[in-house]
Design a protein around this ligand. Structure first.
Ligand SMILES: NC(=O)C1=CN([C@@H]2O[C@H](COP(=O)(O)OP(=O)(O)OC[C@H]3O[C@@H](n4cnc5c(N)ncnc54)[C@H](O)[C@@H]3O)[C@@H](O)[C@H]2O)C=CC1
Ligand SMILES: CC(=O)[C@](C)(O)C(=O)O
Ligand SMILES: [Mg+2]
Ligand SMILES: [Mg+2]
Length: 352
């Protein structure tokens, strides 16, 4: 356990060394972990647990890319790769890692398998907190726990293979067995977390939905796009606009922020850049804060989850999504990106 003091706030983080492999194996000795869904998280988490000596089975419907990927990763059909319902019946811990819309849809079929003493595990507070929309209400005699890696499942796996770990949030919603916490933390480390920070299901889902719609994904692209367009409209070439908006950010300046913070990145730029950034960040903060308030409200009052469930439950949701992603890919900015990335010396001659 590591105590962190930030101003007047004291937080305790659970670390990997609190749950060495022998302790994980002891806590989970009589458990079969059924990972339902072999998407981005299901894949990363199940492979890491398997490598950590946990007894894991995967529940993924036959047919489709995810199933083939699971077979390719060494899950054995009929043994460690089953239908989601079959896996739910066999598992003592059910990791519910279908897409959030998929969790709602499958719930009536999964619920009967959640018998007394089992644990239901989520990587997002979505289904439980917005139960008025999802109707996911677990029986009272099971544990309901959460471990949410704060990053893509791809990163969960990559960092694990590099011997590193991802930060995750954890939360206990229901402790029916008295073992919910130890189950949750043992799993949290087994899936590849480096540090685990305690939260609630509600805090997790509200912050996560805000972050991904905001600075992590939605806002960052919105800002980049606006700057790219202004540069182009003023006669700058596509490569100049892209370099000055995206390539420099990801290749030079963001890694410096990751290393030692914003002040460190600023300190390593010119005094000219520093003066301008120090003046302008306040204007951007003031201009965007009302949008973040609007976003937070839309998350907190359930508008965002309602929209997600509606859009992602449509039979043609994949085609619509692919069309929207293709529009981005085909836009001048990201076409410029393909060309500019190909010029990175280490990528010469290699495809994107
Ligand atoms: N993608 C990520 O890296 C992160 C995801 N999460 C959370 O983890 C959970 C899983 O998310 P992802 O891995 O992104 O899921 P995903 O969108 O990759 O889908 C996971 C699996 O669900 C299956 N599925 C989808 N709809 C279904 C349905 N109606 N019936 C049966 N199966 C269905 C798909 O075949 C797929 O194998 C979600 O709660 C998500 O919010 C949390 C942190 C990051
Ligand atoms: C990767 C992650 O943590 C996100 C952005 O919240 C998600 O994929 O839902
Ligand atoms: Mg997240
Ligand atoms: Mg998310």
């Amino acid at each position: 356990m590591r105590e962190i003091r930030i101003g007047s706030t004291v937080e305790v983080a659970v670390e990997r060394s609190d749950y060495p492999p022998e302790k994980i194996q002891q806590i989970l000795a009589n458990e079969t972990v059924a990972v339902l869904g072999y998407g981005v998280q299901g894949r990363g988490q199940s492979l890491n647990m398997r490598d950590n000596g946990v007894k894991v089975i995967v529940g993924q419907r036959k047919g489709g890319k995810a199933y083939d990927l699971a077979v390719g990763d060494g899950w054995v059909p009929g043994e460690t790769l089953l239908d989601p319902e079959e896996a739910a019946a066999k598992g003592t811990i059910i990791q519910y890692l279908l897409s959030d819309a998929g969790q709602k849809e499958m719930w009536p079929k999964i619920k009967p398998h959640l018998t007394a003493g089992k644990a239901l595990y989520f990587s997002h507070g979505f289904s439980i907190v917005f139960a008025d929309q999802t109707h996911v209400i677990p029986p009272a005699d099971i544990d309901v726990i959460l471990c949410a890696p704060k990053g893509s499942g791809t990163t969960v796996r990559r960092l694990f293979l590099e011997g590193r770990g991802i930060n995750s949030s954890f939360a206990i919603h229901q402790d029916a067995t008295g073992r919910a916490r130890e189950r949750c933390l043992a799993l949290g480390v087994a899936i590849g977390s480096g540090y685990l920070f305690e939260t609630t299901f509600r805090k997790e889902v509200v912050s996560d939905l805000t972050g991904e719609r905001g600075v992590l994904m939605g806002a960052i692209y919105g800002l980049w796009l606006a700057q790219y367009e202004v540069l182009r409209e003023h006669g700058h070439s596509p490569s100049e606009a892209f370099n000055e908006t995206v390539e420099e950010a990801t290749q030079s300046l963001y890694p410096l922020i990751a290393e030692k913070g914003m002040d460190w990145m600023y300190a390593n730029c010119s005094t000219t850049a520093q003066r301008g950034a120090l003046d302008w960040f306040k204007k951007f903060a003031a201009a965007s804060k009302p949008v973040f308030e609007e976003l937070y409200e839309s998350v907190a009052n359930g508008t965002e989850t309602r929209r997600t469930l509606e859009a992602n439950s449509r039979p043609d949701y994949r085609e619509t999504l692919e069309k929207e992603l293709k529009e981005i890919a085909d836009s001048e900015m990201w076409q410029a990106g393909i060309q500019v990335r190909a010029l990175r010396p280490e990528r010469q001659g290699k495809a994107d």
